[in-house]
Design a protein. Structure first.
Length: 173
């Protein structure tokens, strides 16, 4: 019978249990060391010396108002007469969303071909459509406008399309 033990062939190899232990330990230690290095790099790179003025400006920007509540009374602010917006102001604030680009089938501002048939129906019909809404357009274009402001917006857009409507004046109180 032959001897199966060959001391020369196993001389450079370690014990299999020891090899398994080293592999398991390294599989945990290497990722932990990598994560710790990333955390230390991230923490050290975010430290910035900021002056108190700059810090206050940054804080003010983060907590700035995102909206305003406008409470109106029947007689306007403080009981006085409220200044109504012009047709151009109404267009810019409310109508331009659709009428500047022709979105949702709206006639584009200044497009005489699209406004022609509408202008022929008359100013009162145009104002009525704007007040009640028509097609995809909600009542008052989705805004909270006074009747005279809606009429001014209609006159402004129709006049840009070729009409000659005068800008409506506010009713006397």
């Amino acid at each position: 019978m032959s001897d199966n033990s060959h001391p020369e062939s196993h001389a450079g190899q370690q014990n299999p249990q020891k090899q398994m232990l080293v592999t398991v330990l390294l599989s945990f230690l290497i990722p932990i060391a990598f994560i710790a290095a990333l955390v230390s790099i991230t923490i050290s790179s975010t430290k910035v010396d900021v002056s108190s003025d700059l810090a206050e400006k940054m804080l003010a920007k983060r907590i700035q108002k995102v909206g305003v509540v406008d409470i109106r009374t029947a007689g306007g602010e403080g009981g006085g007469a409220k200044q109504s917006r012009s047709g151009e102001d109404v267009f810019k604030a409310q109508c331009a969303t659709c009428h500047a680009t022709g979105a949702a089938g709206a006639p584009k501002m200044g497009d005489a071909a699209a406004w022609g048939p509408r202008i022929k129906s008359g100013f009162d019909a145009l104002v009525a459509s704007a007040m009640k809404g028509k097609g995809n357009m909600p009542a008052q274009g989705g805004g909270d406008l006074e009747d005279v402001e809606v009429a001014r917006g209609v006159a402004y857009m129709a006049n840009a399309g070729g009409a000659k409507f005068p800008e409506p004046k506010a009713a006397a109180k």
